[in-house]
Design a protein around this ligand. Structure first.
Ligand code: BGC
Length: 269
């Protein structure tokens, strides 16, 4: 049977879609034919920029400003998106932040804010999306699954990272949330997976890749010898959301140029 990565007639909600990986995924999903709900937290202009690009490519979009860590805002966001486009077929749980500090200096606030956005936010969105997938079920001719959830994780779901205990813990937690959801919801034909990016050129790590000395150091940790682009992640997200990937659930796909291959061992050991 011929299948494709065409997502027409489907609606995707991407959190944190005003910049970086989320923006690239929103644009790629629009190009693949999906209606795109662009969630963002604070940068109005950037969110409009995402929508403009989707429109220029002939796609449809809806911008919703909301904080993923707030239950009331997430319930309202999903209700509005479903009212506008009729339903939701794909959730990309992308919104994430870093608040780095040495472990013994880490404030409860920095710990909590990272958990709230990176983990609780993903839980709230995934729950609302799964409710809609369960309510609606499979629609013939649209997708063989009732719904797809893609978590944007990180190599730091398995790679410890000194100075980032809140971030790594949120990503480790995300992995078990993803797997548990995948096990629980598979009978309802809902696929749940993660993409774990390595170092991708976005604002979150701009300080590192824009500095030649630090960028060189970073490349030592990437056997494939280039820093990733947001589009590297977006392409995989489109494929993973499509029926081409129908038998994949409960998995993390590393898109990291080999960052998880213990790169230091290339220099000795
Ligand atoms: C972090 C980036 C980092 C990358 C690789 C990501 O999850 O957000 O800051 O460059 O992991 O270490």
């Amino acid at each position: 049977m011929f299948m494709s990565t065409n997502l027409s007639k489907q609606t995707v909600l991407v959190t944190g879609a005003s910049s970086g990986i989320g923006q690239a995924i929103a644009i790629a999903m629009g190009k693949a034919g999906a209606n795109v709900v662009i969630n963002y937290h604070s940068d109005d202009e950037a969110a409009n920029g995402t929508l403009d690009i989707i429109h220029k490519n002939g796609g449809e979009g809806l911008i919703i400003k909301a904080d993923v860590s707030r239950e009331d805002e997430m319930v309202a966001m999903f209700a509005n998106a479903i009212k506008y486009f009729g339903t939701i077929d794909i959730l990309v749980n992308n919104a994430g932040i870093q608040k780095d500090s040495k472990f013994i200096e880490m404030s409860l606030q920095d710990w909590q804010e990272v958990m709230d956005t990176n983990l609780t936010g993903q839980f709230l969105c995934a729950r609302e999306a799964a409710k809609e997938f369960c309510r609606r079920g499979v629609v013939a001719g649209r997708s063989v699954a009732a719904g797809k959830v893609i978590f944007i994780s990180s190599v730091h779901n398995i790679v410890p990272w000194a100075g980032h205990a809140n971030y790594t813990t949120s990503k480790g937690g995300e992995t078990m949330l993803m797997k548990t959801m995948a096990q629980e919801l598979a009978p309802q034909k809902i696929r749940v997976n993660s993409i774990a990016p390595g170092a991708i050129k976005t604002d979150i790590n701009k300080k590192v890749w824009s500095d030649p000395v630090q960028a060189k150091e970073l490349l030592r940790m990437i056997p494939y010898n280039r820093i990733g682009e947001p589009e590297d992640i977006a392409k995989v997200a489109v494929w993973l959301a499509s029926d081409e990937a129908d038998y994949i659930t409960g998995t993390t796909i590393y898109v990291d140029g080999g960052m998880t291959l213990y790169p230091e061992f290339a220099y000795g050991g």
